[in-house]
Ligand binder design. Structure first.
Ligand code: SAM
Length: 207
């Protein structure tokens, strides 16, 4: 954690506290547990990864969820990012997280249950490129897989003043974008180049 602060990835005390409270080793398969605190993505099965801590730090800071917020994550994976978001929104907020691979949703369910986050996190199996209309609108939406374009349904499901953090580009390299909805219009900021596994779905890439 100290190196993430020293290297400038982390400066928001609330994000630092949230990441310190979530035990990353509980979200990593047993064979990689000893590598939990390296700043690197790690395999979680099904060809997918848990993101590197610096990317979790950057995306969480850019989303900036506040206590009481309703947040959507697309791409549950291990459940680690959902747990960090759950720490940020606190007991009055809620995180909905959508995963397309049922086996990973089960992995995340067992990780989030063991670490005590299930009261604040709801896992949904489905195509998160369509968002999750039953719980919309959201104060924040974070997509942790690479999209070819910004999915229209995610923009529609943002509350006024809400933020969307999403990597957009090709299957091989993307730009992390932050989109803020202001008076019905969308302000777009490009943050940095990044590499994510593809968002596969109706508004994503083909399988
Ligand atoms: N946030 C995760 C974590 O904390 O472990 C890491 C996410 S991993 C980089 C990307 C995830 O997005 C994978 O689990 C993948 O199956 C999922 N994914 C890809 N396309 C999706 C879609 N259309 N809807 C929901 N999940 C999707």
């Amino acid at each position: 954690m100290r190196s993430l602060v020293a290297e400038g990835y982390l400066s928001d005390e609330r994000v630092i506290d949230a990441m310190l409270r979530v035990p990353r080793e509980e979200f990593v398969p047993p064979e990689y547990r000893r590598l939990s605190y390296y700043d690197s993505p790690l395999p979680i099965g099904y060809g997918q990864t848990i993101s590197a801590p610096h990317m979790v730090a950057i995306m969480t800071e850019r989303l900036s969820p506040a206590p009481g917020h309703r947040v959507l994550e697309v791409g549950t994976g291990s459940g680690y990012q959902a747990a960090v978001l759950a720490e940020m929104v606190g007991p009055r907020g809620h995180v909905w997280t959508v995963e397309r691979i049922p086996g990973l949703a089960e992995f995340a369910l067992s990780n989030l249950s063991r670490t005590g986050y299930l009261d604040r996190v709801t896992i949904v199996v489905g195509d998160g490129s369509e968002g999750f209309p039953p719980a919309a609108p959201f104060d924040g939406i974070m997509v942790t897989a690479a999209a070819p374009d910004v999915p229209e349904p995610l923009l529609e499901q943002l509350r006024e003043g809400g933020r969307l953090v999403i990597p957009v580009g090709s299957r091989w390299i993307q730009i992390l974008k932050v989109i803020v909805k202001e008076r019905g219009r969308f302000k777009v900021e490009e943050v940095l180049p990044c590499v994510f596994v593809p968002l596969v779905g109706r508004y994503g890439f083909r399988a």
